[in-house]
Structures are given as C-alpha cells and as structure tokens.
Write a protein that binds this ligand. Structure first.
Ligand SMILES: NC(=O)C1=CN([C@@H]2O[C@H](COP(=O)(O)OP(=O)(O)OC[C@H]3O[C@@H](n4cnc5c(N)ncnc54)[C@H](OP(=O)(O)O)[C@@H]3O)[C@@H](O)[C@H]2O)C=CC1
Ligand SMILES: O=C(O)[C@@H]1CCC=N1
Length: 276
C-alpha cells in the first residue's frame, strides 16, 4: 500500500458519499485523493458536493475503467447484484496491486474473490451512513489474499469515521442487521419520539431537537460509563414515576420483540442476498 493511496468509489451513491465525505471531513484523505464514478450527473454531483469537490467519472463514458486505473484502493459501492459484473468489467484496468474493498450487503468473499481474479486482495466491509458525521459503526473481514497491512489500512480508514470491528465473515450478516441497517431503526424511533412529543404539545423543531439529543445522550452514556444499558435505564425510572409507566407501555407494545424480529429479518435478508 502506498503512503497516500487514491481511494476510488465505484458507484458514488448514498453509502459512498457518506464514507468518502467522512474521510474528507476528518482529513483522512484530501479531496484530491478521492474519486467517484456513476452513470447519472445527479449521483456524481451529490458525491462531489459531499466530498469537497472530489473528481468524478461518467460511468456511461468509460468512467469506471478510468477510475479503476487511477485507484490504489477501489471501493465497490454499487448495488450488490452489480458487483460481479463491475469486477469483471474493470479487470484489465485495475492496478495489479489495488486493494479491493466491497461495502455491498450480502456479497461473500468467495464471490468477490472469484470475480476479482487470482490473488486479488479483497476486504469486505459493512459500514453505515453516520460515517458522514464521524459517527459510523462498521464491521469488516479480510479475504484470503488480503494482508495484515490491508486490514490495518481498512481499520484506520473506518476508525477515522467511527468505530470498526473485525469479525469472521459469517458474522457480517449480523453486523449488517445491527449497525449497517441500524441507523434506519434509530431514525424511525427518533421520528416516532418526536411525533409523540408533538402530540403531547411540543413544537415540531423543539420535539425533534430534544429527541435527537436524548438518543445521542443515552448512547454516549452507554459508551462512556461502560455500564449495562439496563442499569442506566433503572436510574431513570423513579418508583411509581413517569418513566416506569412509559417503559411498561413499551414492553406491553412489544418493543423488544419488534427489535428482535427486525434484526432477524435483516440478517436473513443479508444471507439470502449472497445467492442473488
Ligand atoms: N445505504 C446504506 O446505508 C448502506 C449501503 N451499503 C451498500 O452500499 C452499496 C450502495 O448502496 P447505496 O449507496 O445505498 O445505493 P445508491 O443507489 O445510493 O448507490 C449506488 C450507486 O451506484 C451507481 N451506479 C449504478 N450503476 C452503476 C454503474 N454501472 N457504474 C457505476 N456506478 C453505478 C449509482 O448511480 P447512477 O444510478 O447514477 O449510476 C449510485 O451512485 C450497496 O451494495 C449496499 O448494500 C452498505 C452499508 C450501508
Ligand atoms: O438496506 C440495505 O440493503 C443496505 C445494507 C445495509 C444498509 N443498507
């Protein structure tokens, strides 16, 4: 791996823009070391806007090959079903020593390595969109030919925009279900909390600010105190008070069961996508 690798995002949509934007924002990579390719001008413009005007390539006009030829690290960030074709299509353009990083849900190392060709160094990552604001959570696993240095590079890239955990490949389905898809659960809960606040009489913007800060605060307390979440929850519940009344209502309406079902559904879908 060169000292200042050029990181090319093949497919520069929502996840690529969140990750690349985070890398630029935190100074991990200057915009001159970040590239993106996509078919539509809308995707390319959004990526450029989110990354301090990183260079983009038009995929309808040989852009994927140009990006592949210029990238020391090639981040595959198209839809899962497109990955095999993208790897085959850029086979003759990629630098032989390029590190291939896939962020696609469900696509296994076996599939990636077979499509990337003999000896290809591949790391499979499951990031999430809060990478954009330096609060990402990612899991990763390295392929057969990826070196310890490759894993260290990917870890440093991910830790620049949040937390990163190296896991065995089968656990990536669970990582996808917890932290890859997880921001959506958080947004849904936050939206519901703000809506309920509006119902209780708060102005919308006040309710949303309070809900977001409260969830951020709860997460920060778990991280900073190292206490079990149940212990922290118990400290909010005064005997006969408001919180225990709310907690009882959440239990009655099946919050825990709903979360278990959601994570199981996402993990099952991730597993299923390996065969598509
Ligand atoms: N969104 C998320 O929270 C997360 C997504 N992921 C993974 O990231 C990947 C991308 O998902 P997401 O960012 O949500 O999806 P998007 O649809 O936002 O991004 C896909 C990108 O690929 C581009 N694209 C499509 N076809 C081509 C092509 N032939 N050549 C080059 N670019 C192309 C699209 O632009 P255009 O159509 O203009 O070409 C678009 O920019 C998926 O594999 C997903 O599993 C992983 C973790 C979290
Ligand atoms: O919904 C998806 O399939 C992708 C993977 C994790 C988050 N978004």
């Amino acid at each position: 791996m060169t000292n200042d690798p050029t990181i090319g995002f093949l497919g520069c949509g929502k996840m690529a823009t969140a990750l690349a934007g985070g890398l630029v924002k935190t100074g991990f990579a200057g915009p001159e070391r970040v590239l993106g390719s996509a078919r539509s001008a809308a995707s390319r413009d959004a990526f450029a806007a989110g990354t301090g005007e990183a260079k983009t390539f038009d995929a309808t006009d040989g852009g994927n090959a140009q990006l592949a030829a210029a990238s020391d690290v090639l981040v595959l960030s198209v839809k899962p079903y497109q990955l095999r074709e993208m790897l085959r299509a850029t086979a003759n353009d990629r630098k032989p020593e390029a590190l291939i990083v896939s962020v696609a849900a469900g696509v296994t190392l076996e599939t990636l390595e077979a499509a990337a060709g003999k000896g290809a160094r591949v790391v499979r990552v499951m990031p999430n969109t809060p990478s954009l604001v330096g609060a990402g959570a990612a899991g990763f696993t390295r392929g057969t030919h990826a070196t310890a240095e490759d894993a260290a590079f990917v870890r440093s890239m991910l830790e620049c925009v949040g937390v990163a955990e190296e896991v065995s490949e089968p656990l990536l389905n669970a990582v996808t279900a917890v932290s890859g898809s997880g921001p959506a659960y958080g947004f849904l809960f936050l939206e519901a909390l703000a809506d309920a606040g509006v119902k209780a009489g708060l102005p919308r913007d006040t309710a949303q600010r309070l809900a977001a800060a409260t969830l951020r605060g709860a997460a920060a307390m778990v991280e900073e105190t190292g206490e079990h979440p149940a212990v922290l929850k118990d400290r909010v519940c005064s005997p006969g008070g408001t919180t225990i009344a709310a907690v009882a209502a959440l239990e009655e309406h099946g919050l825990r069961r709903a979360v278990h079902a959601a994570v199981a559904a996402a993990a099952a879908r991730s597993k299923e996508m390996a065969n598509e």
